[in-house]
Design a protein around this ligand. Structure first.
Ligand code: CP
Ligand code: NVA
Length: 308
């Protein structure tokens, strides 16, 4: 299977077999890393990393990942580059393509990352936009496989604010044949457009995708419970939204309503005792949040190994 040169912007751009190949490569590279086996398959390659928003995991895991693959990563922020002075996304894409072999970008509007991908002559990787977060969900699916042995047939319940992370769950987990339930209060559910796209994917892959407004109903029969911040980067905080989302907090009572061997996930950073209680986040019987964080490194190495 050859998809060298393709950008990684949205999980629905890839087939089930292609996502499978990237996950397999990620598991293989993780094994090699743990066993101390050299795997400098991107020796001499350079990765440009554009960050329009803050990051800990994405920045460090991409930079360390590229180093482990034998390449080099450059950290670029608008304030330190001409992007901050109005050079266009298109021109930036064309210039960076003359120096680098791959570009990763964390942006506000999704059109900024699609614009980069359109104008770059090297692959572009989406490191989070307001619309989606595909690298995160690759790491998450890798983590579910490690803890549960497979993805197919398991139910994932995302509870809380519908956002970039839940949008990518609705795509990636559906393509990999998990059943997906989103539990969000009215006013904070996925957009019609996202639901329509997920419906099409679920028909193709013979799975279910549903949106409910009750947290207990959402986690019933769940093998995985996932949550994320009430307020994503760039969103204004409001008491109204917090009040609407508090009943969707992932706490011991909610976890007790899912399957007995449920695992609890969060992309991090977490706002302890808001969307997720510390009690659950620190309980190793359920919480796999730091495995998810680690797997960002391995999953992204898998992606880069196949597209660069
Ligand atoms: N989960 C995630 O993308 O974390 P950062 O914002 O720290 O990169
Ligand atoms: N939904 C969060 C994810 C952070 C990794 C945000 O966009 O801020």
């Amino acid at each position: 299977m050859d998809f060298k040169g393709r950008s990684f912007v949205d999980l629905s751009d890839f087939s089930r077999d292609e996502l499978r190949a990237m996950l397999d490569k990620a598991h293989e590279l993780k094994r090699k890393q743990k066993n101390g086996e050299p795997h400098e398959i991107l020796k001499g390659k350079s990765l440009a990393m554009i960050f329009m928003k803050s990051s800990t995991r994405t920045r460090v895991s991409f930079e360390v990942g590229m180093t482990q693959l034998g390449g080099h990563a450059l950290y670029l922020q608008p304030s330190g580059t001409q992007l901050g002075r109005g050079e266009t996304i298109a021109d930036t894409a064309m210039v960076l393509s003359r120096y680098c072999d791959v570009i990763m970008a964390r942006v506000f509007g999704h059109d900024e990352v699609t614009g980069l991908a359109e104008h770059a002559t090297v692959p572009v990787i989406n490191g989070l936009s307001d619309y989606n977060h595909p690298c995160q969900i690759m790491a998450d699916m890798m983590t579910i496989e490690e803890h549960k042995g497979k993805l197919e047939g398991f139910k994932i319940a995302y509870v809380g604010d519908s956002n970039n992370v839940s949008n990518s769950i609705m795509q990636g987990c559906t393509i990999m044949r998990m059943d997906v339930t989103i539990g969000s209060p009215k006013g904070y559910t996925p957009t019609e457009d996202i639901i329509k796209k997920a419906d099409v994917l679920s028909k193709t892959h013979n799975t279910t995708v549903e949106v409910v407004n009750d947290p207990t109903e959402a986690v019933k029969g769940a093998d995985v419970i996932y949550t994320d911040t009430f307020f994503s980067m760039g969103q204004e905080k409001s008491k109204e939204k917090e009040d609407a989302l508090m009943p969707f907090q992932v706490n011991r009572s909610l976890v007790g309503k899912a399957n007995k061997d449920v695992i609890v996930m969060h992309c991090l950073p977490a706002h302890r005792d808001e969307e997720l209680t510390s009690d659950i986040m620190d309980d190793s019987k359920y919480s796999v949040v730091f495995d998810q964080a680690e797997n960002r490194l391995h999953a992204q190495k898998g992606i880069m190994a196949l597209i660069v």
